[in-house]
Design a protein around this ligand. Structure first.
Ligand SMILES: [Zn+2]
Length: 500
């Protein structure tokens, strides 16, 4: 349903309606082989080169479950505070789609591997506990490519190609419980949850969780109700492909549903598609005629019965999770909530921590990563971790500054060299001949020259007009190619002119 009224403001919608959100996230696991066969899982391989009779579903082939994928799913479940089933089964989900070579998907239905957990997310100084309904394991589908259409969609395409390389890659689905009560913060909570989940899965080292490559995919559920009223009908917006889009999809769907309700209409339960270009959702298929998937227990696989001792072992071996780590570092480094958030938002936590481990002070590490290096990353349009400078480089640079061999200004020139791939800071100092001129003889000579060339300024300083020393400091800095410490130079000039 569309409305002809002008778009409502988000603030107005959030003031009058209470949203309930829910998120379904798919994580493609980074196992070496597929879920039920030995095919490799490398991203970007030539189409249809990583396939076999099992993942193509050829008659007579039999699946065998991948233990590494089951282990990864249990670890995700444990990290999300879930209970792990002691016995559960895979289920066959029947539907016909060209990128599903078997015409069914092996998934889990009423017996998921992990249930009833939670993930805490921090947002604007408060903690929101997002309940986790279930975490289950399934296999991914292939990929369809529509050629010839303007937008890569099937409409207008002249041909469609199918690549089955992805078919059968292990996929973990993480479903939240409905999250009510977040009010106007709902879009932020949705984004913060997916961000936290991504970081958590990454810390477990079970997936590269790259949204742009599709190894983390998100569906966003939204409904609106009047405050205190019964929950409204929800829509499900599919395949939202970036963190920013998660936030935008919730916001735009809230505004759209409010428009429908304001006009006296009824929100239809349906699947919707998010459009990056307009930031809006459009109607997909109606859930009221949802396909009957005719789920039944997968007859070709034995039930899953994870040994409780094994699960306990996996739990004991979980790494420190991102939120706990942030809290520990914030305390250790004495940072305010705001300072910690800036570091998180810049993607700098890990880099700063590694720089401190490599010997730098937390202050120096933060200063370089959040200052100079963030500027470089922004200018180049890359992540901070991809700027070409390692924590070891930054620690080395900080040490050279502490030893008085580099000024901040020289250090920035040295960093340019590191970014350009010329080597380590010490190597660049040698190759480019950069070093603070601390040799007293060389500095004294430069100072005498500056005094001789700027007699007026020197006289003023001698007469007590100390502000005039700036001209002389400038001249010495130019003469040394900015390779002297300005503070030292100033003190030496004042001493020389008897004004100190
Ligand atoms: Zn295969």
């Amino acid at each position: 349903m569309s409305t002809s009224t002008a778009a409502l403001s988000y603030e107005d919608v959030a003031a009058r309606y209470a949203p309930v959100i829910g998120l379904e996230t798919h994580v493609e696991l980074g196992t070496r082989t597929k879920m039920f066969c030995g095919c490799p899982t490398d991203f970007g391989a030539e189409p249809n080169t990583q396939i076999c009779p099992v993942c193509l579903g050829l008659p007579g082939s039999l699946p065998v479950a991948n233990r590494a994928a089951i282990e990864a799913t249990i670890r995700i479940g444990l990290a999300l505070n879930c209970s792990i089933a002691t016995w559960c089964r895979f289920a066959r989900k029947n539907y016909f789609y060209p990128d599903m070579p078997k015409n069914f998907q092996i998934s889990q239905y009423d017996e998921p591997l992990c249930v009833d957990g939670y993930l805490d997310v921090d947002i604007e100084g408060q903690t929101v506990r997002v309940g986790i309904e279930r975490v289950h394991l399934e296999e991914d589908t292939g990929k369809t490519l529509h050629i010839g259409g303007a937008t890569g969609r099937i409409h207008g395409a002249t041909e469609s190609l199918v690549d089955y390389n992805r078919a059968g890659i292990p996929l973990v689905e993480i479903v939240t419980k409905p999250v009510p009560g977040t009010g106007a913060l709902a879009p932020h909570v949705a984004r913060a949850y997916v961000t936290e989940l991504r970081d958590l899965v990454r810390s477990l080292d079970v997936s590269d969780v790259r949204m742009e490559q599709g190894s983390l995919r998100c569906d966003v559920n939204v409904s609106l109700s009047l405050p205190g009223g019964e929950w409204g009908t929800r829509t499900e917006t599919k395949n939202v492909n970036s963190l920013r889009s998660v936030e935008r999809a919730v916001r735009s769907e809230m505004i759209r549903q409010a428009g429908v309700l304001d006009a006296g209409g009824r929100v239809k339960q349906e699947t919707r598609h998010f459009h990056e270009d307009t930031g809006e959702t459009t109607s997909g298929r109606s859930k009221e005629e949802a396909t009957d998937y005719r789920y039944f227990p997968e007859p070709d696989l034995v039930p899953l019965a994870p040994d409780t001792a094994w699960v306990a072992e996996l739990k004991a071996a979980l790494p420190e999770l991102p939120r706990a780590r942030r809290q520990r570092l914030q305390l250790a480094w004495g940072l305010s909530d705001f300072e910690m958030r800036s570091m998180v938002n810049a993607g700098a936590v890990e880099l700063v921590e590694e720089t401190v481990t490599a010997g730098a002070s937390p202050e120096a590490a933060r200063k370089w990563w959040l200052g100079e290096l963030s500027r470089h990353a922004n200018a180049a349009g890359v992540e901070l971790s991809e700027v070409g400078v390692t924590p070891a480089h930054v620690a080395e640079l900080a040490a050279l500054i502490d030893e008085g061999r580099l000024t901040d200004k020289l250090a920035r020139t040295v960093l340019d060299g590191v970014i350009a791939g010329e080597g380590s800071p010490a190597e660049i100092m040698t190759s480019r001949g950069i070093e603070v001129v601390s040799d007293a003889g060389a500095l004294t000579a430069a100072i005498d020259e500056a005094i001789a060339a700027n007699a007026d300024a020197a006289d003023k300083v001698r007469d007590g007009k100390v502000a005039a020393v700036g001209v002389l400091v400038g001249a010495v800095m130019r003469a040394t190619g900015n390779a002297a410490d300005a503070k030292t130079v100033r003190e030496m000039i004042l001493a020389r002119l008897g004004a100190a």
